[in-house]
Design a binder for this molecule. Structure first.
Ligand SMILES: Cc1cc2nc3c(=O)[nH]c(=O)nc-3n(C[C@H](O)[C@H](O)[C@H](O)COP(=O)(O)OP(=O)(O)OC[C@H]3O[C@@H](n4cnc5c(N)ncnc54)[C@H](O)[C@@H]3O)c2cc1C
Ligand code: FES
Length: 334
């Protein structure tokens, strides 16, 4: 495959997507969902034939399609190719493949497990990043954020907080039986979500399993001796869906500065004894002071992250102090 815009040629295996090939070469091809939903990985097919895993029309506008744009995460090569990209590619950490074994999967709350896997060799990553997990017999990988910051160097044992998405192929399989001992393929590290070097107060907003990379980032900040004020807003459905409370308590106790944890429940029974916040987690943003001075870290369902970003921008937070990671899946296709 020739990247016309980069004057560079890569070998792409017949069963690898163009995105996988570019990332494996350490090229920072933009992408978000890797499932053909977001349109971030679009490229222009100048010459050659591809097979599409899902139609580019699910994520691209008609004008883009007729101009020859397609999705790199959904394109398998079927001949020599020449492609063009709209912006120059930067270099990034090289992604590698690892063999992994599921060693435990304790339940954290009714719909989230802590998936613990052991790799064939240690892996280096930055807290906030994610890995792609592939399981036997399941078409395509799924992305999961590392749920911890490694204490000392590269890690052989990884943890992911995986939420069951009813009707979802990978999570129906994972939650549908005993999976300990099953071999997975892990490809990592991916992603740009990470702790920034700043002393500004941190406003972290997480929904569901979006807590995973936020915990990893906070653990890293703690290990770096941060004394920045933190507000952690966490959106869950009910008290039963609150998880990681011990881990959050430990972070708070060890933090060298003010640390406010505010759980917000959206579907808690009206007559329950819960005296904390109710409603959508994003409704809490308006009442927070000094938002304009904060650095924000948002993670979870795309609709929650979009709404939180909108609220923060309205409140005067500058766009470049907002870091966001959206857990896009196949239902995000337009
Ligand atoms: C960068 C990143 C990090 C992530 N990190 C995490 C994490 O740490 N924890 C976590 O729990 N999740 C995370 N996710 C989400 C995760 O990757 C999966 O998308 C999720 O687990 C669902 O996978 P699945 O195979 O079970 O569902 P899928 O089979 O992908 O389906 C998802 C939903 O879409 C519906 N659907 C399927 N096909 C279509 C279609 N064509 N049109 C419309 N709807 C469709 C399904 O019915 C289902 O409801 C992350 C996603 C990204 C992009
Ligand atoms: S990364 Fe390819 S469509 Fe989202």
């Amino acid at each position: 495959m020739t990247l016309a815009s980069e004057a560079r040629t890569l070998l792409v295996a017949r069963d690898k997507t163009l995105l996988e090939a570019m990332l494996a070469e350490g090229l920072a091809m933009p992408h978000d969902c890797k499932v053909g939903s977001c349109g971030t990985c679009k490229f222009k097919l100048v010459d050659g034939r591809i097979r599409e895993l899902s139609p580019s029309a699910l994520a691209l506008e008609r004008d883009d399609l007729s101009a020859g744009y397609r999705l790199a995460c959904q394109a398998l090569p079927r001949s020599d190719l020449t492609i063009a990209l709209d912006a120059p590619l930067l270099s990034q950490q090289t992604v590698e493949n690892y063999s992994a074994t599921i060693v435990a999967s304790p339940r954290l709350c009714p719909d989230i497990i802590n998936l613990i896997v052991e790799l064939d060799r240690p892996l280096s990553f930055t807290p906030g990043q994610y890995a792609d997990l592939s399981a036997p017999g399941i078409d395509g990988p799924r992305s999961y954020s590392f749920a911890f910051a490694p204490k000392a160097g590269p890690a052989r044992q990884l943890q992911f907080h995986v939420r069951h998405v009813p009707g979802g192929t990978f999570t129906d399989w994972l939650f549908g039986g005993e999976r300990i001992g099953t071999q997975l393929m892990v490809s990592a590290p991916y992603g740009e979500f990470h702790l920034k070097t700043s002393t500004a107060p941190m406003l972290c907003i997480a929904g569901g399993s979006g807590l995973a990379p936020i915990m990893a980032i906070l653990q890293e900040a703690l290990a770096n001796g941060a004394n920045r004020p933190v507000v952690l807003l966490y959106g869950a459905r009910s008290q039963a869906h609150l998880y990681c409370l011990d881990g959050i308590g430990e972070l708070k106790a060890a933090w060298n500065g003010p640390f406010e944890f505010r759980p917000v429940l959206s579907e808690e029974a009206p007559d329950s004894a819960w005296d904390g916040a109710r409603g959508l987690v994003t409704q809490q943003i308006a009442g927070l002071l000094d938002k304009a001075l904060c650095e924000a870290y948002l993670c979870g369902p795309p609709a929650m992250v979009d709404l939180a970003e909108e609220e923060l921008l309205k409140a005067g937070v500058s766009r470049d102090t907002i870091s966001a990671d959206r857990f896009l899946d196949r239902s995000s296709a337009r």
